[in-house]
Structures are given as C-alpha cells and as structure tokens.
Design a protein around this ligand. Sequence first.
Ligand SMILES: [Zn+2]
Ligand SMILES: [Zn+2]
Length: 426
Amino acid sequence: MIQKPKGTRDMLPETCEKIRILENLFIELCGLYGFREIRFPMFEKTSLFERSVGESSDIVRKEMFRVISGANLDKYCRGGYDIQKEGLTLRPEGTAPTIRSFIENKLYADAQPTKLFYMGSNFRNERPQAGRFREFTQFGIEFIGSEDAYCDAEVIGLAMDMMERLDIDDKELRINSVGCPSCRKAYHELLRGFLADKVQYLCHDCQDRYDINPLRILDCKIEADQQRIKGHPVLLDHLCDDCAQHFESLKENLSAMELDYIVDTGIVRGLDYYTKTAFEIVSSSLGSQSTICGGGRYDGLVEELDGPPTPSVGFGMGMDRLLMAMNDLDEKEERKGIFLLALGVEQKSALVNLAVKLRREGHYCEVEVMQRSLRASMKYANKQLFKAVLVYGESEKEKGVILYRDMEKGEQIEVEFDRILEVLSE
Ligand SMILES: [Zn+2]
Ligand SMILES: [Zn+2]
C-alpha cells in the first residue's frame, strides 16, 4: 500500500471544516483592517530565498525542497545544471514571494501603504514532530510602505484578534527590538567579544554562526549552548536612537490598543532581513508553551530584492498550530438536510428529479444509493443527522403523495407530491 510521504498529512472532511472556519475568520479580520489577498506561485527561483531568508539560515542550508524538473534531471546528473543559479524551490515561507510580487508588479507605484494577506502551503524539510509538518499551512499579512510604529501594533493587533476570536487560552504577546544594521553592527562586535572564549564549547552550527551572524547563536535550540551563553549582552540595551524611539512608540501604540505585552530580549528572529520590532505570540494550549504567531519589521527586504527602499512589517501564523490550540469549536451538531428514499425503480427517477429542484431552491439533500430498506434508511438518516426524510414508494405514487418524516420530532405526514417544494420552503 502506498502511504503519504513522511511529514505530510491528509486533511479529512472534519478537519477541512475547521480549517474553513479559520480561513473565513482570518479573511474577515483582514477585511476589518483593510488587508487584501495576494496569491503567488507554489515554487519560486531558489535565489529569491537565498537573498531574502539568507544563505546562512537553517531554512536555506538544510530545509528547502529544491525542485528539478524531469527535463533538467539528465543535465543535473551529468553535472551541467547549476542548481544554485537555475534551480527552483518549493516556497518555505510567504514574505519573500509577497515582496517579490510587490516589486515585480510595481505595486510601490500605487498610493501607499500596501496591505496584503496570504494563506497557503509552505514546505520545509524539517524533522517531523507533533504540530510540525513538511508541508504546512501559513496565514500571513504584510503591511508595506510605512515605518510608523502604529503599523507594527496593527499587525500585532490583528494576530491578537484572531487568537481572541478563537478563544485561545494563556496567550502571551512578547515583543523585542532587533535593531537596525547600524546598531546591530556595533552589537555584533560586543557579542563576539563576550562569546570569544566560549565559542569553542558551542555546537558546530553556533561555531559557524559566530563568524556569519553571532545573533543567531542566541536562537540556538541546544540547551547546553543556552547555558553557556547566559548573561550575554542584549541588543535592546544597545539600540541606536532611531530604533529606541521606534520601540517606545510601539509600546505606546500597543497600550492605546489595550494589548498587554512582555518585553522578551530572547526573541531573535532567525531571518536576516528583520529590523526593529520582533514579536511572538505564545500559548500553552498545546501542553508546552509554543509559538503560534511570529513576525516583525523588515525594513531592508524590499531594497535587498532590488525594489525601492520600502519599510514593512508583517507576521506569519501557523495554521496547524492554531488548529491544535483551538478550543473545541464543535458546537452542538445540528440536524440539517433532506434524505431522499425511493422504493422501487420507477419511483427513483421522480425522486431524482425532485432532488434537482430542491437543490435549485437551495436545500441540501442526498439520495439513497446503497439499496437500504426503509428501516435501515431511517436508521442511517438519523445517525447522519438529517433533518428530514422523504419516502416515495409505490403506494405513495398511487395516492399522489410523498411521505415526509421530521427526524427531530419523529413525526411523519403525507404531503401532496406536487406541493412538497412549497411545504419544505416554509
Ligand atoms: Zn538602530
Ligand atoms: Zn548551538
């Protein structure tokens, strides 16, 4: 038996229905804030992610699904194919494609700001674990074109609204500032100085990070490394005036929006293009506390991708985590729809015709196709929570009626066949 690839999952109807609730809620909230949807390809040029996410990031180094088309496979095997230059990659995140699209379609030429949202699959070749998949769904928004700290607060506000509406418990907003290239440069030197006599004891990745981007060491998942770097200087204490002021303004805006927050200097966004605001929303709804939403400002990205200098801020929200963290939205299941049962071949076509008319009127109905008896059909319709069953047999046909059974009340009446649509519409 062929099974699904490791790290993927099937979403069965019950899950899809929950996902639809999440999507609709997200779309509704985006509408309230004026974010409009954007869709972009499932795969992009690999260089887009190398330049935006960063060649030194774990995502680019280890986790991307690179695509080689059948036509290029021979060339690749013979060594005549430059996978770095010509290669495509299944998108590992949504910000870079959004910004690529913003630049390519010259959206910057319109009156600013540009407010976009997206929903869809991303792909990362991570070790599968609970709540983490190799194909995962992300909701995201990007608020492009302004450096006003209100934008950061609005982005956070939308994410918090989403959690609120989903009734997610113990949510906690944590904010930090990761500075800008100028204050970060000075800080990197400070951090390297602090780490100089410790780096040889850190993990292999951290030893690489020391030269490329020591800030990443603070983000290392290895507990022993975290112990060794305890007491390190924090960037928040060494921000330039511009960044410090922006952070103050963010806090004022959050207070004006009645949002509680914790300043957490441990939030270091793993991507190179982040500047100033970085935030996470964590919840313990999943057992151990985990991040449901993360985002921040990335003032350097548009320029990095050859667009005009354009400040931006956004978030990505893992839908799979939300699904797990969602308190049961299962409302009491309601009976709905009509189950149509024909007894006898000749009666069936009249019922099939009735089904067409019912659907035209907007009624949900289904036709019995398993050749169940009257009794078995009633049992089935009851279990499936149909609101009503219509039975059309030989005796009904002779009398010109159809049997209508109300499954809620357990009562049944005969209705003139020609009047059944009228009766149902009442
Ligand atoms: Zn700065
Ligand atoms: Zn490490």
